[in-house]
Structure formats: structure tokens, C-alpha cells
Design a protein around this ligand. Structure first.
Ligand code: IDP
Ligand code: MG
Length: 138
């Protein structure tokens, strides 16, 4: 069993897609084991995406992530990290496989509806960024 972190991003929350996206995750074998709706501050978004701070889209991305509430969740399943990445689809929705969450809902490469951790180390860091031990019933 593996755990990963997902974020339903502000564009998707604004369009009332929380339930639809969570349903697609569950239908693909991912179990929701922790869940909450939060509004990120600019500092939160900058810390979460610190790995991208040298990228040209960093300021725009961290501004966008504060434009409205997000839903953060810990997902568990067999190969949860790669399963989530394949259900999400490519970063740029123009390149995302049909039926993936980004192909269905993303507005563009930035406002792309969902985040998913990309490796075991980043999943551990991102889960503990949002959830404490009590919330993870460790
Ligand atoms: P990922 O979310 O598929 O892992 P990353 O490369 O880690 O993609 O980028 C993090 C986020 O930054 C993306 O999900 C997207 O919101 C935004 N982003 C990535 N590349 C671009 C870009 O070229 N222009 C604008 N925003 C981008
Ligand atoms: Mg990434």
C-alpha cells in the first residue's frame, strides 16, 4: 500500500467539481483517507511549490493557487502515486489522454484542476505539509 497527496485546485473547486473529481479517484481504486477544504495564503503556496521557485511560472502559479479554496486529500492504494498521476493526465491538458481529469476539466496548463505527488519522497513531504499524525490515524 502507498499514499499520495492530491489537491483539487481553485479552478475546479470554483466550478463545483469536488464530488466529480473525488468520484473519479475512488473509481480508479484510490481510497480517501484524509480530506479537507482550505484556502492557501501566498506564503503557503510558495512553500508548497518551493521546488519550482526558479521557474518562470512560479509567481503566476502561486498567485492562482490563492485565488480560491482548494481541497486537499491523502489517497491510499496499490501504487497510489503512479495511479493518481495516470488518472490526472499530463500537466498540459492539450497533451492529456482522453478521459483523464485534466483532459476533462483543466482550463489550461496552469489552471489544470488537480495536483498529484510525483514520487515517494515528495508524497511524504506533501502529506505532512497539510495533515498531522492524528488526521492520518497513525
Ligand atoms: P504537475 O502538476 O503535472 O506535476 P509540474 O511541472 O510539477 O506539473 O508543475 C506544477 C504546476 O505548475 C502545474 O500543475 C501547473 O499548475 C503549473 N505549471 C506547470 N508548467 C506550467 C507552464 O508552463 N505554465 C504555467 N503553469 C505551469
Ligand atoms: Mg509536479
Amino acid at each position: 500500500m502507498e499514499r499520495t497527496l492530491t489537491i483539487i485546485k481553485p479552478d475546479a473547486v470554483a466550478r463545483n467539481l469536488i464530488g466529480t473529481i473525488l468520484a473519479q479517484l475512488e473509481q480508479n481504486g484510490l481510497r480517501i483517507i484524509a480530506l479537507k477544504r482550505v484556502r492557501l495564503t501566498k506564503k503557503d503556496a510558495e512553500a508548497f511549490y518551493a521546488v519550482h521557485r526558479e521557474r518562470p511560472f512560479y509567481k503566476s502559479l502561486t498567485d492562482y493557487m490563492t485565488t480560491g479554496p482548494v481541497v486537499v486529500a491523502v489517497l491510499e492504494g496499490e501504487q497510489a502515486i503512479s495511479t493518481l498521476r495516470s488518472v490526472m493526465g499530463a500537466t498540459n491538458p492539450a497533451q492529456a489522454e482522453a478521459g483523464t481529469i485534466r483532459a476533462r476539466f483543466a482550463e489550461n496548463v496552469e489552471r489544470n484542476s488537480i495536483h498529484g505527488s510525483d514520487a515517494p519522497e515528495t508524497a511524504a513531504r506533501e502529506i505532512s505539509f497539510f495533515f498531522n499524525e492524528l488526521e492520518l490515524h497513525i
